[in-house]
Ligand binder design. Structure first.
Ligand code: SAM
Length: 332
């Protein structure tokens, strides 16, 4: 079967990509309480560091979602075997969890077209290569797309008229607040056809001490991930951030219902950004928010589905009920 890669991303130095990135940096650094959105962290290197996070023993969202895939791969295969399907994996990263299912589908000899979509071209390219070496002579076809979520979806849905099953795993939905997640899901249901499936991975609210442990690993991988944002600003906008002048910490906030990660300035300092011709001052221990991971309750998840064009088909939990992969069908 075929294993293809398409890059729909603008070139690194294109105006539109620079514009989006630049505007987000100006806005975030100009606020009284500095705050940058976590999507800025994801380039090829950011996505690679996230793959290290997925391997951390205390990072329960990944541990639990792996368990769900191993335990329920046949349940998923049964849903999929009923229909001619293409599986679209939004923000696939290295798709380690999805690969567990693909293995099962191939064993069941199903003809599946798997379409990973990720903003990191490096992650998608590597994934297509590794899937080809694992599944090269099987019933699986793969088209990897490097693009933004909806740009990739549009390109896929325009061409094909098959039943779709869209995955949005890894608690990526939690990077947005609750109203923004609702808008994202409404746009998703509007893009799909009646009867299409989605499966969304939600991290459930739990003891904040466990949340603390998950986002503050002793080896400093989370710190490396968050500080990578400074490298990106240095590279893209000619800034002179010194990463060793910052440390990272994440904690659950009762106010936002999210784990919020901050990087803190370990000294009073001024950073210059050449491309903006501006300087930004950081006071001693001033914090800047760099990540947001919303923690859900089941009633919130059910309301998100029902209010945004879906009906719930099934909830797949891990044994501790820390995480749920919730399967929904697009309503007519
Ligand atoms: C939290 S990780 C999840 C990775 C994988 N699905 C998992 O469960 O381990 C989020 C992924 O989404 C990708 N991503 C972030 N923003 C994106 C966007 N706007 N469009 C497409 N992909 C995006 C990142 O590159 C990263 O691989």
């Amino acid at each position: 079967m075929s294993f293809d890669f398409k890059n729909l991303r603008p070139d690194n130095d294109s105006n539109s990509k620079d514009y989006e990135f630049t505007q987000a940096v100006i806005k975030g650094l100009s606020e009284e309480r500095k705050r940058l959105p976590s999507w800025l962290i994801f380039d090829d290197r950011g996505s690679e560091i996230f793959e290290e996070i997925v391997g951390l023993e205390n990072y329960h969202p990944a541990v639990c979602e792996f368990e769900i895939f191993y335990t329920h791969k046949q349940t998923l295969a049964d849903i999929i075997s009923d229909e001619a399907l293409q599986i679209i994996d939004l923000g696939s990263g290295d798709a380690r969890k999805t690969t567990v299912l693909l293995d099962q589908l191939v064993k069941n000899k199903l003809q599946i077209h798997y379409i990973p979509i990720d903003i990191s071209a490096g992650a998608v390219r590597n994934l297509v290569t590794s899937l080809e070496s694992k599944f090269g002579n099987t019933s699986l076809a793969v088209t990897g797309i490097a693009s933004d979520y909806f740009q990739g979806l549009e390109a896929v849905l325009r061409k094909q008229f098959k039943r779709n099953f869209v995955f949005f795993l890894g608690s990526t939905i939690g990077n947005q607040d609750y109203p923004a997640a609702g808008k994202f899901l409404r746009r998703l249901s509007d893009s799909l056809n009646k009867g299409d499936y989605v499966m969304i991975g939600f991290d459930l609210m739990k003891n904040p001490k466990l949340l603390y442990r998950a986002y503050n690993d002793p080896g400093g991988v989370f710190q490396k991930f968050n500080l990578h944002l400074l490298d990106r600003i240095n590279q893209q906008l000619g800034a002179n951030f010194v990463k060793s002048n910052f440390v990272q910490e994440g904690h659950y906030s009762e106010r936002s219902h999210a784990v919020e990660s901050y990087i803190y300035s370990t000294k009073e300092q001024t950073v210059r950004i050449d491309a903006l011709n501006r300087e930004f001052h950081f006071g001693l221990w001033e914090g800047m928010q760099t990540e947001h991971s919303y923690k859900y309750t089941m009633p919130e998840i059910e309301a998100l589905a029902q209010n945004n064009g879906f009906e719930i088909a099934e909830h797949l939990f891990d044994s501790k009920q820390f995480f749920v992969d919730s399967i929904w069908k697009v309503k007519g």
